[in-house]
Every structure is written in structure tokens, then in C-alpha cells.
Ligand binder design. Structure first.
Ligand code: FAD
Length: 399
């Protein structure tokens, strides 16, 4: 736990830990209000698509895994599936269509095609301990980390054969020899690993921050859980900061576009103005702390090939989410992989011309909602880390 207070520059960014620490309380407060607004709290997704990688996607029967959708009539008319599918005609041709979803060449993820899938009120569904664990989760995480094998095999590509079940190494980072130093890996591959490991660490932090004590039936933070899963591996905590900076940079970059987005969810202008004001605060923090230099990536000789590979692998990660056997975990897994994929698209695919706010079809509503909710989750993890540090201090004083 001593190692859980990192200092100095955050590797592969131009930001430092102290800057993120200094802005996070404010960032979290703003985001927390923002994600309660109608525009950001309703998310439509098809949670029941077939797992494309294996057939026995063991489902979680624990009540903690269950979620309830909301009736479409609760959703402001403008954002309903029917209205969206009427709008979708213009760039339908650049889409690679699969049953229930699609991607465009510029996307790092599969997106829902808005014709199927339920609406969920995210403000009512916390990301916390659900009891989903065992060989099924081990296989999922392993498959996700295996997508980090750039240039080695085509086995895991979406069209390839199902990956054979393999035993799980004690540490994923050990398996891919990426802990700490660069181990001779290219920058892009290291960034990929940090993104995944940071997402995993953030999910673990939420599990430990809202943990169910099986014997008392009470919910609360579990310090030992956090020490085991995150704090005893300092690089995992560092990657939570790394992802936060990456997402902040994407928000800063897309700031003018977000400012001009149509948030008139219920048709009242107060709603719109309120959402816009809170977003302006988030964007201003992002401009200060989102110091990630995306221009240093994908520059070399094989830049385009590498970027294409990066995209394919990340898209696969978004499809692996269809194999997650716990509804609640799948929902948040889908949102967060879409949120990170949206950030990657903003950083690596959209040039200044494309980012022009007048370019209305740049992002789908679901991408904007996922981006902001994902940043909220990471910022919430950093708040939880702060709380765990206080708990740890209190226990060391007791001793
Ligand atoms: P796991 O977290 O399953 O990790 C497997 C192995 O990966 C570890 O043994 C370790 O070697 C390595 N590892 C762990 N963390 C990292 C890291 N950050 N970087 C690199 N390597 C690492 N459970 C819930 O209770 N609530 C949820 O909301 C939830 N959401 C989930 C979402 C997804 C997409 C997935 C795949 C799983 C989710 N789970 C959730 C399950 C949860 O993540 C764990 O898999 C489960 O709690 C079992 O934990 P574990 O201790 O066996 O290790």
C-alpha cells in the first residue's frame, strides 16, 4: 500500500500523478452530476448477442449479476431506436454490418445498430461486486490479454477459429512480459497493454470499493481486496491514472464538438443549458490535465499496418464482452470498452478537419454517452483509491 501513492510523470504521457490528483475531486463531482442527466444516463445496448468465440459462455445466476431495463416510453422521444434508425441513412455505406452491430473503418469497437437492444438507466446500476468469478472470468480476461499479441498470429481475429482453452498464468503481465520496463515492446503495444490492464484494475477497484461481506450481508469497501488485486501491483494503479489522462485528452480534443452537441433530451432548454454548463467544467479540467501526446504513436514505417492491427484487436475486445456471463458486468464492460474505443478513435483517427463541430455525424450518441460514463468510472476509481489510502493509514496507526 506504501506504493499506492505514485508520484512524478505518468509514463507515455506529458502529465504527472500530482496533476491528476489535484483535479480529480472537482472532476468527479462534475462528472457525477453529469451522468445523472437524461442524456447521459440512458444507454441502449443489445446485451444478448451471441458470444462469437465459444459456445459455453457460463452465465452468472447470482442475483447480483441481474439488471432491469427501462421501458422505451421513458426515453425522450428523440433518442429512441426508431428515431435513430430514421437518421442513420446517410453514412450507412461505410459500415461493416454484422447481426445486431456494425463498425466503420475508423472505429476501434463494434457499435450497436440501434434496431435491437434494451435501454438501461445507468444511474441505477452501480458497478460493484456481483459474485461473478471462476474459470469463466479467467477465460475472458485471458482472451482479452491475448489480443495483445501483435503481429504474432491471426488466431484471435474475429473471423478466426475459437481460441483453445488455456490455463491462466499467475500474472497476465508476467505472461506477456510487459511489467514495468518496456521489455523491448513497441510503444503502441505497451499503450495497448496499459489500456487493458488499467481498465481491469479500475473494474477491480469498483468491486473492492463496493464489496458484499458474505457473512454480514453488508456492502462496503474491502481494503484487503484492493491490496490483493490492485495496490500490491503498483503498475496496475498507475494504469488507472494513465487511462484517466488518455480519456481526458480525448475529451479535451473533442471539446468544441461536445459543446455544440444537441443535448435537448426532454425538449426543454434548461436541461440543455445545464448539461452544457457541467460539460464545460469537465472540458476545462480535461484541457488542463489531459496531457497525452497522441502524435508520438503510429508514426514509424509500418504505422498504418500497426494501427489497423491495434483497431482489429480492440474491436475483438469489444466483441469478447458478448461472452461475459453476468448481465451487470457485461453492461459495464460494453460501456467502458466502447468509451475507451471512442477515445482511441478521437485521438488516432480524427484530424482537426474532422473535429469541426459542424461535422454532425462524427460520433453516435452512444459513443458520447460511453465516453463520459467511462471517464466517470475511472475518476470514481481514483476517488475510491483515496478512500483506501485513508483506510490503510488508519489501520497502520492502529498497529
Ligand atoms: P481476475 O480479476 O479475474 O484476474 C485474472 C488474473 O488476471 C489474475 O489472476 C491476475 O493474474 C491478472 N490480473 C488481475 N488484474 C490485472 C490487471 N489489472 N492487470 C494485469 N493483470 C491482471 N465482477 C464483479 O464482481 N463485478 C463486476 O462489475 C465485474 N465486471 C466484470 C467485467 C468484465 C468485462 C469481466 C471480464 C469480469 C468482470 N467481473 C466483475 C469479474 C472480475 O473482474 C473478476 O474476474 C472476478 O472477481 C475474479 O477475480 P480474480 O481475483 O480471480 O482475478
Amino acid at each position: 500500500c506504501k506504493n499506492s501513492i505514485p508520484t512524478g510523470p505518468i509514463d507515455t504521457t506529458t502529465c504527472d500523478y500530482e496533476t491528476v490528483e489535484s483535479v480529480n475531486d472537482k472532476l468527479f463531482a462534475n462528472l457525477h452530476e453529469l451522468v445523472q442527466m437524461p442524456f447521459f444516463k440512458y444507454f441502449q445496448v443489445d446485451l444478448y448477442r451471441e458470444c462469437p468465440f465459444w459456445s459455453d459462455d457460463g452465465s452468472c445466476s447470482d442475483p447480483g449479476c441481474a439488471i432491469t431495463s427501462v421501458d422505451e416510453s421513458e426515453i425522450p422521444e428523440k433518442w429512441r431506436a426508431k428515431a435513430l434508425s430514421r437518421l442513420g441513412g446517410s453514412n450507412i455505406d461505410d459500415r461493416h454490418q454484422l447481426p445486431g452491430c456494425y463498425y466503420r473503418d475508423s472505429d476501434f469497437c463494434f457499435l450497436d445498430d440501434n434496431t435491437e437492444g434494451d435501454y438501461y438507466d445507468l444511474s441505477l446500476i452501480p458497478e460493484r461486486y456481483t459474485g461473478y468469478a471462476g474459470p469463466d472470468t479467467a477465460r475472458i480476461w485471458r482472451s482479452i490479454y491475448e489480443e495483445n499479441c501483435f503481429g504474432l498470429s491471426e488466431l484471435n481475429l474475429l473471423t478466426g477459429p475459437n481460441p483453445a482453452p488455456v490455463s491462466l498464468p499467475d500474472s497476465m503481465s508476467e505472461a506477456f512480459r510487459l511489467d514495468g520496463g518496456d521489455g523491448g515492446q513497441c510503444l503502441e503495444k505497451r499503450v495497448y497493454y496499459k489500456v487493458i490492464s488499467g481498465l481491469h484494475a479500475s473494474i477491480s477497484t469498483h468491486i473492492c470499493a463496493e464489496y458484499l461481506n458474505q457473512s454480514t450481508g453488508e456492502w462496503g469497501p474491502n481494503l484487503q481486496c484492493f491490496i490483493n488485486r490492485v495496490a500490491s501491483h503498483p503498475e496496475r494503479l498507475q494504469y488507472i491514472y494513465f487511462n484517466t489522462v488518455l480519456l481526458l485528452r480525448a475529451v479535451a480534443r473533442i471539446g468544441p464538438y461536445l459543446q455544440s452537441f444537441d443535448y435537448c433530451s426532454t425538449g426543454t432548454h434548461e436541461d440543455d443549458a445545464d448539461t452544457r454548463a457541467k460539460l464545460a467544467d469537465v472540458i476545462s479540467i480535461a484541457q488542463n490535465a489531459g496531457r497525452f501526446d497522441e502524435t508520438v504513436l503510429f508514426r514509424g514505417e509500418n504505422a498504418n499496418v500497426l494501427k489497423e492491427e491495434f483497431k482489429i484487436h480492440f474491436r475483438n475486445v469489444t466483441r469478447i464482452m458478448d461472452c461475459v456471463g453476468c448481465d451487470k458486468c457485461r453492461l459495464w464492460g460494453k460501456i467502458q470498452t466502447t468509451g475507451v474505443a471512442t477515445a482511441l478513435k478521437i485521438l488516432f483517427e480524427l484530424d482537426e478537419k474532422a473535429l469541426d463541430p459542424a461535422n454532425h455525424n462524427l460520433l453516435q450518441r452512444s459513443e458520447v454517452v460511453a465516453l463520459i460514463n467511462t471517464l466517470h468510472r475511472f475518476s470514481e476509481s481514483l476517488e475510491a483509491v483515496e478512500n483506501f489510502r485513508e483506510m490503510w493509514k488508519a489501520t497502520s496507526t492502529d498497529d
